[in-house]
Write a new protein. Sequence first.
Length: 160
Amino acid sequence: MEDEQKSSYWKFVGAFMVLVILGLTAFVASRIYALREEQQIQSQQLVALKQAQDETTQSNSADTYGGKTPQETLSMYTDAVAKGDYVLASKYFTPDLQEQELHNFLNASTQELSAYVVALKQLESTQGNYSEDGATFIVTGPATIMMIKSQSGVWKMGGR
């Protein structure tokens, strides 16, 4: 009888150990699955981010509106505003500002636009300053305009 009890005890211990091992295996497998799923999501996000970055770079490289110098861009911009070609004028801004600038032009009064053209013409004869790295240019006078050298090598309006 004692052997029977020992045998039952060891069967119970063995079955318990098997259940513990199965439980641990299921837990580890579920964690591995969750980690792989998380890695897959991160990988998809990286691919999407890279694609968006490539599209932005391609878009910025294809944007050739602007001059080879900040002064040339300012002159081209002033001419477009003076002629009332606000679509063209807005294209001299960085891509992220173009829609807003076109909206600003279309909602400005005739008097505001006339005064702005006068200020721009005065700015054309004003000396500006380059940043230390030469990537930005700021001209200040009746208005302040910052320009940025784009990836395509042309100078774009970065703000006013």
